[in-house]
Design a protein around this ligand. Structure first.
Ligand SMILES: [Mg+2]
Length: 380
């Protein structure tokens, strides 16, 4: 194999950590809490040749307990281990940092993302080629958060006009209003696919009852995400055996071992892989196990900007076979999704035109960036 001269010389010259922040268009309300704004952490690795690798740590304190402060502190602690290193040593670097990064999964994801972004730019390939031989086009669903009937009606009409054909409806707080909202969506978009996400909000019998009530109105969701508490494996298995719709494990999935557990117990039909929780390298293992065992795959995200969402799209597009794509959060940030060159207004990610890396160099389009120290020569 031809070794490119530039790759031999590429080493990490500077490491910067900043806060990415933005208000959201609407509060993102689910059964376990809500996001009013986005406060994520951005890691920038600048190589000696000027290449910049970007990584985003998506902070969902109400879900993972991670905080912006603890994530920044950890990234600043590992920065000296990154500085001066050859980019080709990315795997060795990640192995060395293993236990340090275990404490904050989203920090691990930011480090992996920035290293892989820089690496694939250096090799002059798009990130999806790191994962596979072709880039599948991906069509993301769009999420309807918990809201009143009128807001739900207005949102779904707007998204139908924009061209979305798959809706993810957050449920699990109040079965009566959940039922009304699902019926509103079905009435506004009768041929659209409906995914329910209860975020652990049901008991197993309540989830089954809810699905049976929907069936009486002729509504059969194409997927039901995390109907019951994440640690209640008996309930996950119970509902998976009886549900008229496939069941997807999201919060239940905490590690590679949990994929094996799900397969052995028959505790779900699908798994939702989120890079913010597992990073890229563990996620490859999860996808391999799922594929080998006929578990369906979903790619999901926390509240993330174009950078993370597009990095996840590269992962799913390259690996292939993701039946469910939930990478819609750029649409919840004002003036942001339309800045993404690979994302169309109807939610299609097409990465074929990405020349190298993740391909998102204007990371902070429409967002506020707060640097630590004085920024020098960092792209906007
Ligand atoms: Mg979910």
């Amino acid at each position: 194999m031809k070794i490119r001269k530039s790759a031999q010389k590429s080493f990490i010259k500077t490491v910067r950590v900043c806060i990415l922040e933005t208000p959201l268009i609407h509060p993102f309300r689910i059964s376990t809490g809500q996001h009013d704004s986005l406060h994520n952490v951005l890691l920038i690795l600048r190589l000696n040749d000027g290449t910049c690798g970007f990584g985003e740590a998506a902070i969902a304190t109400h879900i993972t307990g991670e905080t912006v402060e603890s994530t920044i502190a950890l990234l600043r602690r590992v920065a000296p281990h990154l500085k001066g290193r050859f980019i080709g040593d990315y795997h060795r670097i990640l192995t060395e940092l293993g236990s340090d990064l275990d404490a904050i999964p989203s920090a691990r994801t930011a480090v992996e993302m920035a290293l892989l972004d820089a690496l694939t730019q250096t090799l002059n390939i798009p990130l999806w080629r790191f994962f596979g031989t072709r880039a599948e086009r991906l069509s993301t669903d769009i999420t309807l958060v918990i809201a009143d009937a009128e807001q739900t009606h207005d949102s779904v009409r707007g998204f139908v006009r924009a061209g979305f054909r798959r809706f993810k409806i957050k449920v699990g707080l109040d079965p009566a209003s959940d039922l009304d909202r699902v019926r509103i969506v079905h009435a506004a978009a009768p041929r659209a696919g409906i995914i329910l996400d209860a975020n652990q909000g049901f008991s197993a019998p309540a989830a089954l009852k809810f699905l049976q009530r929907l069936a009486r109105f002729g509504i059969r969701p194409i997927l039901v995400e995390q109907p019951v508490h994440r640690n209640d494996w008996d309930a996950m298995r119970w509902i998976t055996r009886r549900s008229p719709s496939p069941v997807c494990a999201d919060e239940s999935l905490q590690s590679v071992a949990d994929v094996v557990r799900i397969i052995q117990l028959g505790a779900a039909h699908a798994i939702n892989i989120k890079l913010a929780k597992f990073g890229f390298l563990q996620s490859i293992q999860m996808a391999a196990l799922a594929r080998a065992s006929d578990l369906s795959l979903m790619i999901g995200s926390m509240m993330e900007t174009n950078l993370s969402a597009t990095a996840a799209a590269h992962f799913a597009a390259g690996i292939g076979g993701f039946d469910f794509v939930d990478l819609d959060t750029p649409f919840f940030i004002p003036d942001h999704a339309d800045q993404n060159p690979y994302l169309s207004p109807n939610g299609i990610y097409d990465l074929v035109k990405c020349a190298s890396g993740i391909g998102i160099q204007k990371v902070s389009s429409g967002l506020r960036l707060r640097y630590f120290g004085i920024p020098r020569n960092i792209p906007s």
